[in-house]
Design a protein around this ligand. Structure first.
Ligand SMILES: [Zn+2]
Length: 288
């Protein structure tokens, strides 16, 4: 269920505070993207999705992915007087991401409803939030000390931060599942979308395991990097200091540059404490 639907729900006071906060975040994000034209990107992505479906008339395309590239620049928030939203992005990047996703989902859903009623895309009535894939890239974070993530200095920031280092190891390309589509083969006519698992879900109607449309599985390429601070290589024999390399998760859309061993990079992202493995999630990688 989307947060937007949740707004009509009246729970206890605590729930209401939480709901109104996330609703406010979504509204702030919407006002920001309307002011700086990012709305056009979202509309364009939705148009493409509808067009592809209309031209093919393949019902399974109604369950396909909708990619929304979201290029965010620090200075744009200041220019557009969106300081509160900027604080949210920097201090609570995951909460910011969720607000952006729910907001975009609401906008896409409206547009698709309109297309269904006016453009003869009748079967394309609803879209699941798990079909929306935000590709966030965030650049221009100021190189201030308080925003520097420096694990070797025991400076572990929880929010959005920057770090620099030399790539000391790089994985082969890895593939993560973004979306898989499932159907019930017992005639229930039910579909389900999973985002990060290949475990068969159970059909709500008949309680049996569902089957996957294997050809419709959507994956995303990424690399894992290990980086070391530059001066750990320049002065490797500092006493009383052990340099620990940091693992970075780099999705395709966060960089244009080549990733090479021994080269220095400036990375913006956040340290993900919520998952096991505890890696730094990159929202931008640039040569440095
Ligand atoms: Zn079933």
């Amino acid at each position: 269920m989307s947060m937007i639907d949740d707004v009509t729900f009246i729970g206890n006071d605590k729930d209401c505070t939480h709901i109104s906060q996330s609703f406010r975040d979504q509204k702030q994000f919407e006002s920001f993207i309307r002011r700086n034209q990012l709305i056009k990107i979202i509309e364009g992505a939705t148009e493409n999705f509808v067009k592809k479906y209309r031209e093919s008339q393949k019902p399974e395309l109604a369950l396909g992915p909708l990619f929304v590239p979201l290029r965010l620049e620090y200075s744009e928030f200041i220019k557009n007087d969106a300081i509160e939203l900027l604080h949210l992005a920097v201090e609570e990047p995951l909460q910011f991401f969720d607000a952006a996703k729910y907001c975009i989902y609401g906008l896409v859903r409206e547009r698709i409803k309109l297309a269904a009623s006016t453009e003869g895309c009748g079967a394309l009535k609803v879209i699941d939030i798990d079909q929306i894939h935000l590709q966030v890239r965030f650049t221009g974070l100021p190189l201030q000390k308080d925003l520097n993530f420096a694990p070797f200095k025991n400076n572990w920031l929880p929010g959005l931060s920057w770090t620099t280092g030399i790539i000391s190891a790089i994985s082969e390309p890895q593939f993560a599942i973004l979306q898989s589509i499932w159907y019930c083969s017992t005639g229930c006519n039910r579909n389900k979308i999973n985002t990060d698992s290949i475990n068969a879900p159970i059909c709500y109607t008949c309680g049996r395991y569902m089957n996957e449309y294997a050809k419709l599985r959507i994956t995303e390429k990424y690399h894992l990097l290990r980086i070391l601070p530059a001066y750990s290589l320049e002065n490797p024999r500092v006493t009383d200091k052990i340099f620990r390399s940091l693992t970075i998760h780099v999705r395709e859309h966060v960089h244009d540059c080549e990733l090479r061993l021994g080269k220095s990079y400036l990375i913006t992202g956040y340290y993900d404490y919520t998952h096991t493995g505890q890696i730094f999630q990159a929202w931008s990688v640039m040569t440095h």
